[in-house]
Design a protein around this ligand. Structure first.
Ligand SMILES: Cc1ncc(COP(=O)(O)O)c(C=O)c1O
Length: 410
């Protein structure tokens, strides 16, 4: 039996515990949604104030140079590169993940002439599938998307495939794909590989160059704590830069934007994958979140997250017996990323009832309740209290009434 005091002891020994104090903590809340929207770092508030009042307020347009606003996509990209095993000049902070997926699929197709299939698996995040479908609709004779079940994925890697697009950590189950092994298998068939790191970056150690990954994208608002709608990032391995003729050929990807020339000439490096004016305020907020992660050490965070996730599962099994929960994530914590998913026949209603009681989790169809594990600001003892609430809600809720109420809002 797990005792709360044992968990308090773990908190007292936790070398990462001081980081919790660097975040605004919502009152009466057990926050299990940092895999969807990370919490607000206190420094972001201070830094944004400085940027708005001083840099924008006083410096106005001069701040693009005086305060290095103009090079923030590259500067922040280089910082994110350190979290994902990339080099300086391979990552840029820009646009949304969806838009970056579009750019990377196009780049992969250009780097692999003569092939037109873009492959992914059915349970990849929907926007990944949608961006593939959008490109296919735009140029049906040049691109065809192929969406297969996970069990058929490896057998589908053949010489017709130009690009493979996968998420490293599955958004529903949290299971971790074998990046190195899959990339190698795809390369063996001459396929370019694009990894969506939205649920990996800032949560698990990633080493793109060690895995010889071609392209990658990821979100800034989840484990990077960059704020709602934070800019995303993209990675393109240096060996591909010269082959990419950006389809979204905006002026910020130009070799010399302020020459205002009539002809588009892409910048030499990853900058060619930028499009329009960078969203400076969002980038500065993102940088605050990234800086905290760089100080925290991703390996220590990962070890704590594994332990938190396993204790959470043990507590659920202990306190929520016969309450219809099933573990939908891998039990082996080396195979599970930054969230634990439980299926429940009344998952949506349950997730809403939990949020009402201060256990902020989320729901993914058809019946998955997701609990994000965020070791920067999560305490072991909170798991104990949160699971007591989960058990109480699951025992006491009148599901028929609850489902009917929920139906009114959906
Ligand atoms: C794996 C994955 N990819 C992409 C996205 C969406 O990214 P964006 O809304 O920034 O385009 C999400 C959002 O949750 C996601 O989980």
């Amino acid at each position: 039996m797990i005792k709360k005091q044992d968990l308090i002891n773990l908190d007292n020994e936790d070398v990462l515990s001081p980081f919790r104090n660097e975040f605004h903590l919502p009152e009466n809340t057990y926050y299990f949604d940092g895999n969807s929207l990370g919490m607000a770092p206190k420094i972001t508030h201070e830094k944004m104030r400085k940027v708005i009042v001083n840099e924008w307020g006083q410096g106005v347009i001069r701040s693009w140079i005086d305060h290095e606003w103009g090079i923030s996509p590259q500067r922040i990209g280089n910082k994110i590169a350190r979290l994902i095993g990339a080099e300086d000049g391979e990552v840029i902070a820009a646009d949304s993940t969806s838009i970056n997926i579009f750019k990377m699929i196009a780049a992969a197709l250009q780097s692999n002439p003569g092939r037109q299939v873009v492959l992914t698996e059915k349970d990849n995040f929907p926007t990944d599938l949608y961006m593939m479908q959008g490109l296919e609709n735009f140029t049906p004779n040049q691109i065809s998307s192929k969406i297969v079940s996970s069990s058929d994925l490896i057998d589908s890697l053949d010489e017709s495939v130009a690009a493979l697009l996968l998420s490293e950590v599955n958004y529903k189950t949290g299971s971790i794909a074998q990046m190195k092994e899959i990339t190698q298998k795809a390369h063996h068939k001459g396929i370019m590989v694009i990894w969506d790191l939205s649920h990996s970056v800032g949560s698990i150690p990633v080493n793109l160059n060690d895995c010889l990954v071609d392209f990658a994208v990821g979100c800034g608002y989840k484990f990077l704590n960059g704020g709602p709608g934070a800019p995303a990032f993209l990675f393109a391995a240096k060996r591909h830069h010269h082959k990419i003729e950006p389809i979204l050929s905006g002026w910020f990807g130009h070799a010399d934007p302020f020459a205002f020339s009539e002809q588009y000439t892409p910048a030499k490096d990853v900058t060619r994958l930028m499009c329009g004016t960078p969203p400076l305020l969002g980038l500065i907020a993102l940088e605050c979140g990234v800086d905290i992660l760089l100080r925290a050490d991703i390996n220590l965070l990962r070890e704590k997250a594994k332990k938190l996730g396993s204790i959470f599962i043990d507590l659920i099994e202990e306190k929520c017996k016969n309450l219809d929960f099933l573990l939908a994530s891998p039990r082996d914590n080396s195979k599970r990323g930054g969230h634990v998913s439980l299926s429940h026949p009344h998952g949506f209603a349950l997730s809403r009832a939990l949020v009402e009681r201060g256990v902020v989790c989320d729901f993914r169809t058809p019946d998955i309740v997701r609990f994000g594990i965020t070791p920067l600001y999560m305490r072991y003892q909170d798991l104990y209290d949160a699971v007591e609430i989960i058990a109480d809600v699951a025992k006491s809720t009148n599901w028929e009434e609850q489902d009917a109420t929920v139906a009114l809002y959906t």
